[in-house]
Design a protein around this ligand. Structure first.
Ligand code: F6R
Length: 611
């Protein structure tokens, strides 16, 4: 969603702001802007659409803009008001001296706006953010201190925000604060940075301070001071940022998505490392701090997540129930939070999120926490807001994922669920999972085999790229794989794709089938293979164009299916981790063939920080 970058120091601020915003582009946005201080005057530059539009404007005025060694920048994902130049951040006050960028939503902005308008403030945009600029300017007029003005303003603001502010009269100060939205301060020598996410910083510094809720940071080139909302000084906890700048390079791949799909064998190895050491040794999962006795006696687990993470959670449910015999409910976080959920201290609640910043899931785990449940978070961002809510934290270690469509983080979540399920089974004294452990160890080689033959999937993608609709069918543990395959295709190619349990096809969706509707059957050898085969025949009888994704070498399939994507044989219970890879590639190649913006699909954001 939105992204913030701020810089203060001795270099050309504009270069750092634009580079920082470029590295946040992957989050999804629809307009952008910067504020700099040139010859004692705050100047705003904004553009609708892609960041390149802002870069073009900057280029024309570069000689002037590049004089500034202070600046704040923003990419906006529209919430209040259309993605226009007027609504793009930074926003300013009547006199134009204050510039503000903001991520999040101000819930009481209408009341604040009314009050501010009565006091003579003139609004130029439809955004909630502009109220912050006017409010801070009003407070500054009273106290003549930017940090104090921000502090007083935040006392009146309700909602979620990360804010960066500069004032024309203070050429060496940026003030930043946050509540329910992330913000990190990067530390340099004679220069300091602030950003809403690490990628904007890692090429400049590895030293950083993560601001906590309601803390206010005052940055100058040579200092960073932090206070809490009651003005008490806060001790700075300096941390080392987890990534190398190379994580933000495509490394020769055409898109980040393709690179990230190819990283999956190593992601699996990483997740397993140190946890699954040998087939005949128990899984080590020190991250789960729930004592073994409680774990053994758990009779209920709830998993909350959204989108792709929800699909990983569905596989998690299947295997925890299968291995451990514990009832597991999986629910989209956005539903969980608006009903009476039966949760208590005897329920383990698992929140799954690649970004760790998904507002619905954060709310869901907070609600469960307030009822006394142990909170286990599975996330790719151990530095995220959600991770900070965790009693137990499983960081999935997929490395930074730049493409908006989640691929390797899904793989890492899946493998983490397999480890968790085996760990819980072993705590309960169930020790019949050695074959699965072996399969986990050899999984990376099998994924590598699929990647080595990706041209076959590319050919299939070409054949079907012009379809307007798609159906994915599967049963059992691969039903979530069907949902995930369909989601990937929708997200990046905008083709209408739906996943169904194959048995449900004849209860309604079969009415849609004809020669214009491709049906992709996930046919992994095991309990439900024959059933899905029959369901596929039913679809074929309605003239649907059939694609198989299978680990079977049965030649009979050739008659039924127009296109067969064969993958290495794998035990059924682990097959979701292998079967998803060709589906990611299929979605990728279709989108690429159609010329879509693969890494930054329209309307989507990498972290969805609003409910
Ligand atoms: C799909 C995708 C989204 C996210 C969803 C939840 O490719 O990325 O569906 O999975 O928005 O996000 P997280 O996992 O960050 O909570």
């Amino acid at each position: 969603m939105c992204g913030i970058v701020g810089y203060i120091g001795y270099r050309k601020a504009v270069d750092i702001l634009l580079e920082g915003l470029t590295s946040l582009e992957y989050r999804g946005y629809d307009s952008s802007g910067i504020a700099v201080n040139v010859d004692g005057k705050v100047q705003l530059y904004k553009a609708a659409g892609k960041l390149q539009n802002l870069k073009n404007i900057v280029e024309k005025n570069y000689a002037d803009i590049s004089k500034s060694t202070i600046g704040i920048g923003h990419i906006r994902w529209a919430t209040h008001g259309a993605p226009t130049v007027e609504n793009a951040h930074p926003h300013s006050c009547n006199c134009g001296k204050v510039a503000v960028v903001h991520n999040g939503i101000i819930e009481n902005f209408k009341e604040l706006k009314e009050k501010l308008e009565k006091n003579g403030c003139t609004f130029r945009s439809q955004t909630d953010t502009e109220t912050i600029a006017h409010l801070i300017a009003t407070k500054f007029g009273e106290v003549h201190d930017l940090t104090e003005a921000v502090r007083l303003a935040t006392k009146e603001i309700e909602g979620a925000y990360a804010i960066c502010v500069m004032h024309q009269d203070l050429k060496d100060t940026i003030v930043a604060t946050r509540r329910n939205a992330p913000l990190v301060v990067g530390l340099g020598e004679g220069e300091n940075y602030v950003a809403s996410d690490v990628p904007a910083l890692i090429q400049y510094t590895k030293k950083a301070i993560y601001l906590d809720e309601n803390q206010i940071a005052t940055l100058t080139p040579n200092s960073v001071d932090i206070i809490d909302i009651d003005k008490n000084p806060v001790e700075k906890k300096i941390e080392t940022l987890p990534w190398e700048p190379v994580a933000l390079s495509k490394m020769g791949y055409k898109h980040f998505m393709l690179k990230e799909i190819h990283e999956q064998p190593d992601v699996v190895r990483n997740v397993l490392s140190g946890k699954l050491r040998a087939i005949d040794e128990n899984i080590i999962l020190k991250e789960v701090t729930l004592d073994k006795e409680t774990l053994k006696n758990l009779n209920r687990i709830q998993i909350v997540a959204c989108g792709t993470s929800l699909h990983a959670a569905m596989v998690g449910k299947y295997i925890i129930e299968d291995f451990c015999g514990i009832a597991v409910d999986v629910e989209p976080s956005s539903e969980y939070i608006y009903r009476k959920t039966i949760t208590d201290k005897n329920t383990l609640v698992i929140g799954v999120s690649q970004s760790g910043e998904t507002a619905d899931t954060i709310t869901a785990v907070r609600q469960a926490k307030s009822k006394g449940s142990h909170i286990l978070i599975v996330t790719n961002r151990p530095d995220s807001t959600m991770a900070r809510e965790a009693d137990s934290l499983i960081p999935v270690n997929a490395g930074i994922e730049v493409s908006v469509a989640a691929t390797k983080s899904y793989m890492a979540q899946l493998i983490s669920f397999y480890l968790l399920a085996i760990y819980m089974a072993e705590v309960k004294g169930i020790n019949n999972l050695n074959e699965l452990k072996h399969e986990l160890i050899v999984l990376p080689q099998k994924i590598e085999k699929i990647l080595a033959h990706k041209e076959d999937i590319q050919k299939c993608a070409r054949k079907f790229a012009n379809s307007k609709d798609f159906i994915f069918i599967a049963r059992g543990i691969n039903f979530p794989t069907a949902l995930e395959g369909a989601l990937k295709l929708k997200e990046i190619s905008y083709i209408n794709a739906t996943g169904y349990t194959a048995g449900e096809l004849k209860h309604g969706p079969i009415a849609m089938l004809d020669e214009s509707m491709p049906v992709l059957s996930i046919l992994m050898k095991g309990k439900v293979y024959d059933k899905i085969l029959s369901n596929s025949e039913e679809a074929k009888a309605r003239n649907a164009r059939m694609i198989a994704l299978t680990d079977s070498d049965d030649t009979k399939l050739n008659e039924l299916f127009e296109c067969i994507i064969r993958i290495p044989e794998i035990c059924e219970i682990l097959s979701p981790a292998l079967a998803v890879v060709p589906l990611q590639l299929l979605a990728y190649y279709i989108a690429e063939f159609l010329g879509k913006d693969v890494d930054q699909p329209r309307n989507l954001a990498k972290s969805v920080t609003v409910e």
